[in-house]
Design a binder for this molecule. Structure first.
Ligand SMILES: *[C@@H]1O[C@H](CO)[C@@H](O)[C@H](O)[C@H]1NC(C)=O
Ligand SMILES: *[C@@H]1O[C@H](CO)[C@@H](O)[C@H](O)[C@H]1NC(C)=O
Ligand SMILES: *[C@@H]1O[C@H](CO)[C@@H](O)[C@H](O)[C@H]1NC(C)=O
Length: 738
């Protein structure tokens, strides 16, 4: 009794102490702030030390007797004027009245754009290595990611020359070579090192710029040559993501360094929710990059199929959505009624019984069991049976398999929910399994409920190439319209993002060679495909601006699948411009586009002012003093696609200017155009005449919405396609009826 009482007292006093600590720590709570400054007129910092001490003066102003002067976490020089530091709200307040202070905001943490696909493996990669290209020689791809695996054969430097003279980057770890020319860490923590802490960075770097690795194979399954998009480009890794995510201050520091180091292309497979561009670290950093001719490729995000879920929407960034590839790693479900249903699994056991086994769905009246959540099958008899599990419940697919295996199940079928449609993943499952579509799941459930003794087995049929419906837009790829700038079509492009095989730090299938690979999915995987392809274009056309490269990729994109049909959505619903952007990347065509829509960095100023930003906010992005005197509507920017916002009876004109990069003497005419219901399209002039390379010609697209036609949808789309026999230049547009 006595003991219990003192125990209670102790607990009460502990509680008091804890709440005291709480109050105390609230008062001095430190957060990492990104502080933006505006250098006073007339001050030119001769050296970066001068600049640093000016930054320091802001921190000096925050220190009082009771608090130590904070230190600068990152001082920025290229991406914008300012620094990151751990500050309290009071300290920020103390800076606010100092001359040159613009803003301070707590940093954001971004997430990596892989799906919740656990590790799977296999072999995939024949894309992007096409005849006549020079494999990206001489270009430098910088990636902001989780780090890199030194010594992986994908980063061997065979065939890769020494880096160009402009390269000023460094390697913070031994083992770099002519392929992997930079490896730096910008994360915080005790065990800092640019080595890959997760696998994501090794995978994206391998996808963008991995060298040829011959004879790669998995479970002896598929054998072939693995290679990145630009196998002979140089790669530099800037580690910005640790366990907690990818912090804004580190991303900005890495972009700052990459610009200084001399990269040609930046690849960022990470992002956060939409923000005005002056508050969006990636948008701000990317603007400084394009001002120096550096191309920036970013993932669109994995928050589809919902609309307006994009990350990285600035028009100076290439925003990349994800598509399926033409390869299945088949695991076919064979039902007792002799029906065959194709699904996927990369774990393909050779010795699985081909006799029928009992088939059960434990989820009819039990939500957790329907997801095969951990422990949920304990009160079901699944021993020796094949168990049907639903996607969802925040449980990874591999995890569902583990539950079934632990409960003594012999095999597993995972079925999609409606929203995931046909999208299946080839996983490294822990037991014989197959991942099937929503529709097929519905029919298996029907089979189970209408039979007293339902049975099934799984047939492992290996790799199938040439799936005619590929590429399809994945369900998870984030959709537009952009929230930050609805007047620009986003995403820009889609590229391979499902079951992508690339370098991985460790073996996931117990092989003993150093050539370890993994298969993962997400817009994280499509982004480095486009970064690598951009490196190839840059290598072939060193004088092209980032906007020109973007234009080349967009105007030549494919709009039909391998079967010659319009590209579809894997949810079996029609796709639209805010899912596909201009279409699916076609690297070969992009390398020779005929015409390009160019945009100079300063052209974005009236566009940004037109977004309603203040001169100061625009100044934060473009890194110079701006006065917003001239504004344009977003759709007036010389973008390779158009968003037309039209009221009933309204007529609007969209000017565009194209530059000839094809054949000197050439005339382009309109090869195809279309207009949605209630809209009349006119284009003038109807012939674009060129007599030399580099020549520019302007035209106008005039769209008129008639006053009477009733429309049921809010959005519709059309296209204007120019051609001259050799080249096809396609510019899609969206119409928003208001
Ligand atoms: C997304 O936009 C498309 C095209 O405008 C539309 O058909 C679809 O219904 C929208 N989806 C949602 C969930 O609002
Ligand atoms: C890899 O080896 C471990 C240890 O021998 C074993 O438990 C595991 O099942 C193996 N994994 C595969 C995919 O073969
Ligand atoms: C382009 O059109 C002009 C005017 O009709 C004509 O003089 C010229 O020869 C044409 N050029 C080519 C390459 O066809």
């Amino acid at each position: 009794m006595e003991g219990k009482r003192s125990n209670l007292l102790l607990q009460v006093s502990l509680l008091l102490i804890l709440s005291f600590i709480n109050i105390f720590s609230n008062a001095t709570k430190l957060e990492t702030y990104i502080v933006t400054l505006d250098s006073p007129d007339g001050i030119n910092f001769a050296t970066s030390d001068d600049r640093q001490s000016w930054y320091e003066s802001f921190l000096t102003a925050t220190s009082t007797d009771s608090n130590v002067k904070p230190s600068i976490l990152h001082a920025y020089h290229n991406v914008f004027t300012g620094f990151a530091a751990d500050l309290s709200a009071e300290q920020v307040k103390a800076m606010e009245n100092m001359e040159g202070f613009v803003s301070a905001r707590p940093e954001r943490v971004y997430e990596l754009h892989t799906t919740h696909t656990p590790n799977f493996l296999g072999l995939y990669q024949n894309l992007g290595v096409w005849k006549g290209s020079n494999y990206g020689i001489g270009t430098i791809i910088g990636l902001l990611d989780t780090g890199i695996t030194i010594g992986h054969p994908s980063f061997d430097d065979e065939g890769v020359p020494t880096p160009p003279k402009k390269w000023k980057g460094k390697c913070e770890v031994a083992g770099c070579n002519n392929k992997l020319i930079g490896a730096r860490d910008f994360t915080r923590g005790s065990t800092r090192s640019p080595l890959d802490s997760g696998g994501h960075g090794t995978h994206t770097a391998g996808t963008a710029g991995g060298n040829f690795v011959h004879g790669a194979s998995l479970f002896g399954n598929a054998k072939g040559t693995a290679a990145g998009m630009a196998p002979h480009a140089h790669v530099a890794m800037y580690k910005v993501c640790a366990d907690v995510g990818c912090s804004d201050s580190a991303i900005l520091a890495a972009m700052d360094a990459a610009i200084e180091d001399g990269v040609d292309v930046l690849s960022l497979s990470l992002g956060g929710a939409s923000l005005p561009f002056y508050e969006d670290g990636i948008a701000v950093g990317a603007f400084s990059a394009i001002q120096r001719g550096i191309f920036v490729s970013c993932s669109a995000g994995n928050s589809g199929p919902y609309n307006s879920t994009l990350s990285n929407e600035a028009p100076w960034i290439l925003t990349v959505g994800a598509s399926t590839v033409d390869r299945d790693i088949r695991a076919t479900v064979y039902l007792g009624n002799k029906v065959l249903i194709d699904g996927e699994s990369v774990y393909q056991p050779k010795d699985f019984t081909q006799d029928f086994l009992p088939l059960v769905y434990p989820g009819s009246n039990d939500q957790r069991a329907s997801w095969c959540a951990k422990g949920s099958l304990d009160h079901f008899d699944v021993k020796g049976k094949i168990v049907l599990c639903d996607m969802g419940g925040a449980i990874s697919r591999i995890g569902k398999g583990q539950t079934v295996k632990d409960a003594g199940g012999a095999g597993m079928i995972i079925t999609n929910s409606e929203i995931e449609g046909d999208g299946t993943f080839a996983d490294a499952n822990v037991l014989p399994a197959s991942h099937i579509s929503y529709k097929d799941g519905v029919s298996i459930k029907k089979y189970i409920s209408s039979n007293t003794k339902p049975v099934a087995t799984i047939l492992f049929r290996g790799t199938t190439i040439g799936v005619k419906t590929a590429p399809e837009v994945t369900y998870f790829s984030s959709r537009g319209p952009s929230r930050a700038s609805p007047g620009i079509v986003k995403p820009d492009i889609i590229g391979p993002g499902v079951n992508i095989l690339a370098a991985w730090p460790v073996s996931v299938d117990n092989i003993t060679t150093k050539a370890t690979f993994n298969m993962i999915s997400g817009t994280s995987m499509s982004c480095p495909h486009l970064a690598g392809i951009s490196a190839l274009l840059k290598s072939e056309h060193p004088d092209w601006s980032p906007a020109a490269i973007k234009s080349a990729i967009m105007t030549t994109a494919d709009t039909v699948n391998l079967g010659g049909q319009p590209i579809e959505d894997e949810r079996e619903v029609p796709t639209y411009i805010y899912a596909t952007g201009s279409g699916h990347v076609n690297p070969l065509k992009a390398s020779d586009p005929g015409l390009i829509f160019d945009i100079k960095p300063d052209d974005y100023i009236p566009y940004l002012c037109g977004l309603g930003y203040t001169s100061k906010q625009v100044g934060v992005i473009v890194q110079k003093k701006v006065r917003c005197l001239e504004t344009i509507e977003e759709s007036q920017l010389n973008y390779p696609s158009i968003v037309a916002t039209l009221k009933a009876g309204e007529q609007k004109s969209y000017p565009r200017t194209v530059t000839n990069v094809g054949v000197a003497m050439s005339n382009y005419t309109i090869k195809a155009w279309s207009a949605p219901p209630g809209v009349i399209i006119q284009v003038g002039p109807q012939v674009l005449e060129f007599t030399k390379l580099g020549q520019t010609v302007s035209y106008e697209v005039v769209l008129t919405r008639d006053a009477t036609t009733k429309v049921t949808n809010q959005y519709a789309e059309g296209v204007v396609t120019w051609g001259n026999g050799k080249y096809t230049v396609r510019t899609p547009y969206s119409v928003k009826y208001v």
